[in-house]
Design a binder for this molecule. Sequence first.
Ligand code: GAL
Length: 694
Amino acid sequence: MPACERVLYGADYNPDQWLHDDAVLRNDIALMRRVGATSASIGIFSWTALEPSPGVYTFGWLDEVMDRFAQAGLRAFLATPSGSKPMWLSELHPEIRRVGRDGRREPSGGRHNHCLTSPMYRAATARINRELALRYAQHPALALWHIGNEFNGDCHCELCKHSFHAWLRRRYGSLDRLNRVWWTSFWNHTFTDWSQIPTHDPSIDGLCVDWLRYSNDQHVSFLENEMAPLRELTPDVPCTTNFMGTNRATNYWRWAGALDCISNDVYPMPDDRDDAWRRALSTDFTHSLMRGLAGGKPWLLMECSPSSVNWGKINKLKRPGVHLQEVLQAVANGADVVHYFQWRKGCGGCEKFHGAVVDHEGGDGSRVFGECAEVGRVLASLSPVVGFSPRRAAVAMIYDWEARWALEASVGPKAGDSGDRYTEACIEHFRALRTAGVEVDLVSVETDLSGYRAVITPALYSLSEATARRLTTFTEQGGVWVATYLTGYVDPHNLCWRGGFPGPRLREVFGLWNEEVDYLHDDENTIIRGDMFGRARETHALDIIERIHAEGARVLATLESDFHTGLPVILRHHCGNGETFYLGARLAEAGTWAFYEFLAAEIGLERTVLPRGVVRKCRVGADGPVEFLFNYNRRSVEVDLGPHTFHRLTDGQACRGTTTLLPYDSLLRGVSRLQDTETTAHRPIAQPIALQPS
Ligand code: GAL
């Protein structure tokens, strides 16, 4: 993490778009101070401004920005500019442009579209990074390296194809082995020469998964190549790159070890029609994943929007209270840094209407600026939590990109509209646990599980022998393992486990055999009956059900429709000193909640029971615990706060006992300085800063 004694607050800053107008740049510093900013990510797409032609460097403007930052006590998260390529470089070396699956090379332009392999691009990025590090190594404003931007995607050029072949040779050693694990006898796909192997063929599902693994490794090695000169010249300045939550093609568990700290970009799309609380709990899932990637340590919210985005279909403004809540939600979940995209709206380009702290109007009188200044004031009072990790939960949930990739690459067995059945399953179970008042940590298949009471593994479709063994040992030693439909179908090559699902050899661990899968129409009402489902003793299944034989497990609920009637669907089994639970269907939301309430009671999990969509998070700080209480709902909700005094952040009001939480309310307890500050409600800023004419 960058050294910080308070929650750092700032934005992506693109002075390179304003070099023609120094008055704007000077005013930016004054406005940053006024909004309470401490830092900014500078020059993410500024390569041409730094190197307008090969080997010609124009650092003067950045020197000035860095000096102004230092004078104002602002910290620079200095970006390396690899996220978009200069036109001159792209035209001079077309091989740095990506090639699509169709074999067509992209034209110059766009962004985030460089070839991951090109030695030329790797050399060029390392060179500009070295120049940046040489120039600013001793600069007092330099606090962090922001490597590129949102690395993502793949390239199918000849260079990448050859490097994929080399990667496969290293992995498998021989074509025989590769043919075996890719099951290439199917449809005459047997490769007789490495050069025959394509980068894409959806009918070879082992290839699909290996291509994703390979591209992921290429990203990490690209990152390492970028960081090498920075680590050599500025060993004390941490390096990070901004993640994209549960982005499909990036197995961030593999990236985390290469970086010094974890950063993420989050853009929950505000919508005044949906259930805001569901969306907010999904965001909690992403935040928990970042905490997991950071090994439980604080992380950086590197981008969020201070108002609306401009890339959605319906770009709603955030309703009053939403923005403050979103920011605090990240802090409650362990963020020590909150940055926006973007500091100032540009006048052109495809992001000119994206939310920003400073509008085209240019001053500090806008509603959004006022809200951001409020956020700045609140964050300034949260210093006691900085550097402290949120409490470890008793329950761990595994999020595994490998399982997601294998499921995606397999034709069947999955159902529903979502292209990402795996992540959907994890989020559903996370939401249900949180709704039942149970805290959850997100972990990888390799995380040490000792100390956890239970591990939840939704739809862990691919399972290696090693992971199965680790989870079994955890259970035998007294833990509780909850698995669901789509567990243990394939091995890491995406080859089906033989001997009956769940594999490998987990039939004994779960005391059951999952023989077949049936898919449900949206309007099909497949009843599930069990004592845990309230007075009606019923819930229903969605999308997918498995036909299970109990082989020693106790049946807790059965299917009660169609020819499935009487088949077990929720089962419980002893395993060593611990227990397993298996849910052989995607349950309706209320059913999943009921299951976790039942589980919590049965295995003695600590719960904080609050109305639906009301969430309490605790972060232990230097002066004791700091508690956050959020109403994620679009409506008011009544809660009993007991004898504790919380402070409502929008009007500073002290609340205790039975309290009505307003829509999107955020309350805090345990921060003494906040109680001293007067109301944080929006006030016009006394002296608007007028833009000086350019
Ligand atoms: C992010 C990206 C930013 C900006 C933002 C707009 O994904 O990193 O550069 O484009 O989206 O929402």
